[in-house]
Design a protein around this ligand. Sequence first.
Ligand SMILES: CC(C)(COP(=O)(O)OP(=O)(O)OC[C@H]1O[C@@H](n2cnc3c(N)ncnc32)[C@H](O)[C@@H]1OP(=O)(O)O)[C@@H](O)C(=O)NCCC(=O)NCCS
Length: 161
Amino acid sequence: MDSTLAVRPAAAADRERVVRLLGDSWGGTTVVVHGRAYDAAELPALVAERAGALAGLLTYEITDAGLEIVTLDAVHRRGGVGGALLDAAVAVARGVGASRVWLVTTNDNLDALRFYQRRGLRIVAVAPGAVDAARVRKPSIPLVGEYGIPLHDELTLELPI
Ligand SMILES: CC(C)(COP(=O)(O)OP(=O)(O)OC[C@H]1O[C@@H](n2cnc3c(N)ncnc32)[C@H](O)[C@@H]1OP(=O)(O)O)[C@@H](O)C(=O)NCCC(=O)NCCS
């Protein structure tokens, strides 16, 4: 079977495995970020597939503020999935004439901070305590995140396009 990585817009038929992946990664489809609760399963999305299996997912929203990446997940990391999905999101943003791609991540997420900065995104805002505030709305957000780092703050990154 073809093991090439392919990225395409999500279709209705992807919904079940999209919901499952969001549940595995984020404890459900609700994502609370910068004071907003999103149902990521209802957002437009890009899926990455390898040999017919879901390899990654990027959900996003387009507003006057640009294309916001709400979630980005690679099923197996360090295999090029995140990069392929980010490239596809930038292409979507260009296609709709958006001025930037942006996202919010958390202070513990060193893999994401490295990943995005190496791909040209810049940290443009830091919100101390924003994760603590989100945890009030979504108590399942852990107290300790990646690498055993206490989870408190949000960072906004952007790529002007
Ligand atoms: C952030 C995230 C999406 C990155 O996805 P990824 O698939 O690991 O990203 P890539 O594989 O494209 O790139 C990661 C690294 O692997 C390397 N890599 C890619 N293909 C590789 C290969 N075949 N062999 C070895 N290394 C490889 C890349 O060079 C890259 O290194 P760099 O970050 O130092 O530049 C992933 O870590 C993830 O799913 N994290 C959990 C969810 C999350 O936190 N999402 C972000 C919040 S919005």
